[in-house]
Design a protein around this ligand. Structure first.
Ligand SMILES: [Zn+2]
Length: 314
């Protein structure tokens, strides 16, 4: 069995760290991200936590096969740097994370986009096992997408292939996205857009039941089930946005399977809505494409770490 690795998943809300070996998490811890303040102020806490984890797992850091760092930005995988990031950890492109990991842990490090890392985890240990053509969609605070085609993880010459699905346009006269463009799927239906989305309906709907800064899709779906007209409108429009996006991704990548994950994925009716959209699609309804839930949930990017490092050294 190959040596354990250190996995860092730098999420916008939570930083997840784990010592992982061959599909098993030996020890793990979560840290608050404070991503609005940048990544550099968090590096010493990440290093301290990694040292604690190595003691817990009884794994010497010098014995690590490497460090895998997943980050919500466009990553130059070959050069080991963050090329572009939006809204969180804004200083990441200026930090040499490969050098930092070497100095802290004496280990080589590999950077990967977080949605791509999650897809690699599902490929080797989760819902995409045995499938060499799939798209993974994560519906949550934002929308993460990654694609594996013909047994290859799509990265592209600039690191952007497959991962910008949340910023595909679903409404050319729609809402302004955090990325600056208009009508991105993430701006039209995601947890980060939800409060503004509801406020913008105030003139046409009674939004009293939804008018809460902490509103999330769980509440929207629950209120919709109980018949609240505004919640039904938000739910049905969001389902239509996500179904449109899933069909666009199917058209772009011609997958055998679509893996749906993230905090919203388990809401009632999501897979059924996507399946109905696929069944009515003139191009893909006869392809036998499976639409399934993620199996690894928020551990997917952590469990991917040994595979990411193995691929980088192959
Ligand atoms: Zn956008």
């Amino acid at each position: 069995m190959s040596n354990p690795v250190l996995a860092c998943d730098l999420g916008g809300t939570v930083i997840k760290l784990a010592i992982v070996q061959a599909g098993t998490v030996l020890a793990r811890s979560d840290l608050p991200s404070h991503s609005e303040a940048g990544l550099r102020p968090r590096l010493s806490s990440i290093a301290d936590s990694a040292h604690d984890l190595s003691a817990q797992a009884d794994v010497k850091l010098s014995a690590l096969a490497g460090v895998s760092i997943a980050i919500p930005g466009i990553v130059d995988h070959a050069q080991g740097r963050v090329r572009h990031i939006n809204g969180k950890f804004l200083d990441a492109p200026d930090i040499d994370l490969i050098e930092w990991a070497h100095a802290e842990f004496g280990a080589r490090a590999v950077l990967e986009n977080d949605a791509r890392a999650a897809a690699i985890g599902e490929w080797h240990h989760g819902a995409a096992q045995g499938c060499d053509d799939f798209v993974a969609v994560t519906l949550g605070t934002g929308i993460g997408v990654a694609a594996v085609c013909g047994g290859r993880v799509l990265r592209g010459p600039h690191g952007g292939a497959g991962i910008l699905g949340g910023h595909l346009t679903v409404a050319i006269d729609g809402r302004r996205c955090s990325c600056g463009r208009i009508g991105c799927a993430e701006a039209e239906a995601s947890t980060s857009a939800l409060t503004e989305l509801i406020q913008s309906m105030g003139a046409s709907h009674d939004i009293q039941a939804l008018d809460d800064v902490s509103v999330d899709y769980a509440k929207v779906f629950t209120l919709a089930e109980s018949g609240d007209p505004a919640a039904i409108h938000v739910r049905d429009r969001s389902l239509a946005v996500w179904a449109t996006l899933v069909l666009d991704l199917i058209h772009a990548y011609d997958p055998e399977r679509v893996i749906v994950g993230g905090g919203i994925a388990a809401a009632p009716g999501i897979l059924g809505a996507f399946q109905r959209a696929l069944d009515n699609d003139p191009w893909s309804s006869d392809c036998g494409i499976d639409i399934v839930l993620s199996r690894l949930g928020t551990d997917a990017a952590l469990l991917a770490a040994p595979s990411i490092l193995a691929e980088a050294s192959a």
